[in-house]
Design a protein around this ligand. Structure first.
Ligand code: SAM
Length: 285
């Protein structure tokens, strides 16, 4: 039974493996036992229309700009980056930002719905025409040709890969589209603190005031299931793999990146003692 042993979090923050309610929005196709869904290919079922649109309506892009600041832009500029491949475009937040900052940007996502939304957002936020490519990271080089100065994989996206084989394959594909001196910027939630420090670290993340909340609903070494609640009481989930910082750093090194630097946080969230987000910058040469 995959539910015995590991910890589950109730909204009160107490451990209760038997009573915590594991529910799922019907549109997300998690099936009768969502905790068994630990599959890289499931991500396209999780980012369903209602979820994505609500998220984008509520998380004002301007506010997101402010909380993130110019961290990535500064980093890229300081390294003389001109061309960027955004491999986790989602609804386009980073792609649009990069285009506005003058980077030659190509936007990839494995979800066609996400890319459609990103394209629409590009037009709405400044009339930008995004160059979009529908591709899964594991077969990126089949669809994306060219050499980029940087690859960005942001917004805690790498967490969607559930096997080490998939992670290595994806990183190898990122490595291959980079110029000889290119860099990869990949961010992730700080899962170490969630896995190690127990419930004290499992705080609720508030976005846009309290309009959207994100909470870990269930966590074990192989699954972090987060619940996202919206003001109309609807809730959606994402099943993610809880990446440990040193593990990701090691993988980056093992696929060939020569140097990996890891930064903590750039954005404000609630009651965070440890950083909520970690940002790895990996250099190819
Ligand atoms: N970077 C955006 C942001 O911060 O708003 C989007 C982040 S969203 C959490 C993760 C994105 O990664 C989704 O759009 C999803 O479709 C994409 N994704 C997840 N796994 C993928 C894979 N194996 N190949 C391509 N895209 C993938």
């Amino acid at each position: 039974d995959s539910r015995s042993g590991p910890t589950e979090v109730t909204s009160a923050g107490t451990v209760d493996n038997d009573q915590a309610e594991i529910t799922a929005h019907p549109a997300q196709a998690f099936g009768s036992d969502p905790l068994t869904v630990r599959d890289t290919d499931h991500y396209t079922n999780e980012y369903v229309k209602g979820f994505v649109e609500k998220w984008d309506d509520l998380i004002d892009w301007k506010k997101r700009y402010e909380s993130e600041g110019s961290f990535f832009v500064d980093l890229l500029k300081s390294r003389g980056v001109k061309s960027v491949l955004d491999v986790a475009t989602g609804t386009g937040f980073h792609s649009v930002r990069l285009i506005e900052e003058g980077f030659d940007t190509v936007s990839v996502d494995g979800s066609a719905e996400m890319l459609a939304k990103a394209f629409e957002n590009g037009l709405n936020y400044g009339g930008h025409i995004l160059r979009v490519v529908h591709a899964d990271w594991r077969w990126l080089n089949r669809d994306v040709h060219g050499e980029f100065d940087a690859v960005v994989c942001l917004g805690n996206s790498f967490t969607h890969l559930f096997s080490e084989r998939d992670r290595r394959k994806a990183l190898a594909e990122f490595y291959a589209v980079l110029k000889h001196d290119g860099i990869l910027i990949l961010d992730q939630r700080n899962y170490d603190s969630i896995l190690d420090n127990g419930f004290s670290s499992k705080h609720t993340y508030y976005y846009c005031g309290e309009e959207v909340t994100a909470e870990p609903e269930y966590v074990d070494d192989g699954l972090a299931r987060f619940r996202y609640r919206f003001p109309d009481d609807s809730q959606y989930h994402l099943n993610m793999f809880p990446l440990r910082k040193d593990y990701v750093r090691r993988l980056l090194r093992e696929v060939g990146f020569q140097r990996v630097e890891t930064y903590g946080d750039f954005q404000e969230t609630f009651t965070a003692e440890d950083p909520d987000f970690l940002i790895h910058v990996a250099e190819k040469s």
